[in-house]
Design a protein around this ligand. Structure first.
Ligand code: DGL
Length: 273
């Protein structure tokens, strides 16, 4: 029997999905990884559902054409608005971040009240509220559209970023008080936000646990891959290939912050408009 190697395609509108790739690499270093950051068309979070679906479909098709045999949609906006379309179009299994984030929230919350922050498109889709409801949780959601540009600017530990985060959190916590909600979990519903975790934790009320879905998504991907395996798998470290639709130099410098290791072998691709 031949020894096989998983080829996992990881897709995000930009760099944030590298936090999911980082978690995958820790758990499954023996897989090959293809990472696509659709940086030319980022941000997805301010666009319409039709545009997000179109971008997400062309991005995931690209990864399938490159030979991916499992897809991780490491973008909350694409998972919230395009997951069904991607799954319908994909010949290989697909995992998104919303369900895994909601599962993690259910495991972590005692009160059943959850706060979720994300891009405008993610929050307006109410995908998190629906996934939380299915799990018996109540979610209060808030769009934080200024946070992605601040991360893109590299202003991770900057007074302006801390102030913007504080204002968003004050508004959300005020909303929770008014609706008699007692949240004990805050879900970071955007793959850029883990880089702002210190500022978010500082602005969050005491007793609020901050969750990002990167670890939960990686754990679920590994669980699904291993439960479906039919042949022995290679145990030697696999390859990583990166694809970006805009500046390689920017992908290299910003990507290293998300991956917490150098990002090399980046190929520039054109997926159209
Ligand atoms: N990756 C997106 C998300 O997780 C954030 C960036 C964007 O708006 O494209 O929602």
């Amino acid at each position: 029997m031949s020894v096989q190697r998983w080829k996992i395609g990881v897709f995000d509108s930009g760099f944030g999905g590298l936090t999911v790739l980082r978690a995958l690499l820790r758990r499954l270093p023996e897989a090959d990884y293809l990472y696509l950051g659709d940086t030319a068309r980022l941000p997805y979070g301010s666009k319409s559902r039709e545009t997000i679906v179109r971008y997400a479909l062309s991005s995931t098709r690209f990864l399938i054409d490159q030979g991916a045999d499992f897809l991780v949609i490491a973008c909350n906006t694409a998972s919230a608005l395009a997951f069904d379309a991607i799954r319908a179009a994909s010949p290989v299994p697909v995992l998104g971040v919303i369900e895994t984030g909601a599962d993690e929230a259910r495991r972590s919350s005692r009160t059943g009240d959850i706060l979720v922050i994300g891009t405008a498109a993610t929050i307006e889709s109410h995908a998190y509220a629906a996934a939380c409801r299915e799990r018996g949780l109540r979610a209060l959601e808030k769009a934080c559209p200024l946070l992605v540009p601040l991360v893109e600017e590299g202003w991770l530990d900057h007074p302006v970023t801390r102030e913007v985060v504080r204002i968003y959190m004050d508004e959300l916590l005020g909303q929770a008080r008014q609706s008699d909600s007692h949240p004990d979990v805050l879900v970071l519903g955007c793959t850029h936000y883990p880089l702002l975790r210190p500022a978010i934790e500082a602005a969050a009320a005491a007793g609020l646990r901050v969750l990002d879905s990167a670890e939960a998504t990686a754990a679920e991907a590994v669980r699904r891959l291993k439960s479906a395996e039919s042949a022995p798998r290679s145990v030697t470290p696999g390859q990583r290939r990166f694809f970006a639709t805009d500046s390689i130099a920017k992908f290299q410098s910003l990507g290293a912050r998300f991956l917490e290791s150098p990002v090399e072998d980046i190929v520039l691709v054109d997926l159209g408009g």
